[in-house]
Design a protein around this ligand. Structure first.
Ligand SMILES: [Zn+2]
Length: 279
């Protein structure tokens, strides 16, 4: 099935889409009230405004560099995932969203990159933990957070993954232990964004990689495509590749263009036209 990802409340109920994801907290820190008719989306540890107003929230590396958008590699600022007060605040946002709609999607879950976080609190929590290995400790922190969030979600728990299915990469980068998270998550969402989709072999490679990773765990996954200003035929081609591997396809941030693609694809299927991606 098809869905839309949007910041515009009125778009979540458009008839072309079976589900609508609505951002109630995004990576900039912008907040909105959750909607009863949407699957509300929460950017968990990505929060540029939060870190700007309280720099102590930022995850840091061993040299004390904060994971903020002023640094190389980061498009937004990352909160340290072990910050208790921030985590409690997130769990309240999750509960508020779940009070409006049973299904909730968690975005930006995990540590920002390899080498994070080395703040005093993380050093202390690791030292006091049962773990010898820092990687295992990081993953346990993230799994614990997701488990606590999922307890507050009566319906379907969605979780967004950074699009790297290579074995071990998510674990080393973010502390994402997909196998353990699958116990709490009903559907993983993988954003595979491009501004043109002029080629799609990479989309197929990554989607197939996630199929290999998640199928043995019996975990559902969907692909989210970027719809803004993408040529409709190219978007249809990308959709056909994505849905070969993924359960559902969601379209980000241009509901009109996405709706046009869904309508044309339906019409073409009825009249027997196929959109094979060029290879
Ligand atoms: Zn930390």
């Amino acid at each position: 099935m098809y869905g839309v990802v949007t910041r515009n409340a009125e778009e979540v109920e458009w008839p072309e889409f079976e589900v609508g994801f609505y951002e109630v907290k995004d990576v900039t820190g912008r907040a909105a009230e959750p909607l009863p008719e949407a699957i509300n989306m929460i950017s968990c540890f990505g929060d540029t405004a939060g870190v700007s107003s309280d720099p102590d929230l930022a995850a840091v590396d061993a040299d004390g560099n904060p994971a903020t958008r002023e640094q190389p590699y980061f498009d937004w600022s990352h909160v340290c995932p072990t910050h208790e007060r921030y985590r409690e605040g997130l769990l309240e946002i999750v509960a508020d969203a779940a009070a409006e709609n049973d299904d909730v999607r968690l975005d930006d879950v995990g540590f920002p990159r390899e080498g994070y976080c080395r703040c005093d609190r993380c050093d202390r929590r690791f030292a006091e933990s049962e773990y010898e290995d820092r990687g295992a400790w990081r993953a346990a922190e993230i799994t614990d957070f997701v488990g606590r969030a999922a307890e507050r979600i009566p319906g379907r728990t969605y979780l967004t993954l950074y699009p790297d299915p290579y074995p071990g990469h998510l674990y080393e980068r973010a502390g994402i232990d997909v196998e353990r998270l699958a116990e709490h998550v009903d559907e993983f969402v993988v954003p595979l964004y491009d501004t043109e989709y002029a080629t799609t072999y990479w989309l197929e490679t990554i989607a197939k990689g996630f199929e290999s990773l998640l199928d043995p765990l019996d975990a559902a996954f969907s692909v989210e495509l970027y719809a803004v200003d993408v040529d409709v035929d190219a978007l249809i081609g990308a959709t056909e590749v994505a849905e070969t591997y993924a359960e559902n396809v969601y379209f980000g941030y241009d509901a009109s263009n996405a709706a046009a693609a869904v309508r044309r694809k339906d019409a073409d299927e009825r009249s027997g036209v196929t959109h094979r991606p060029e290879s």
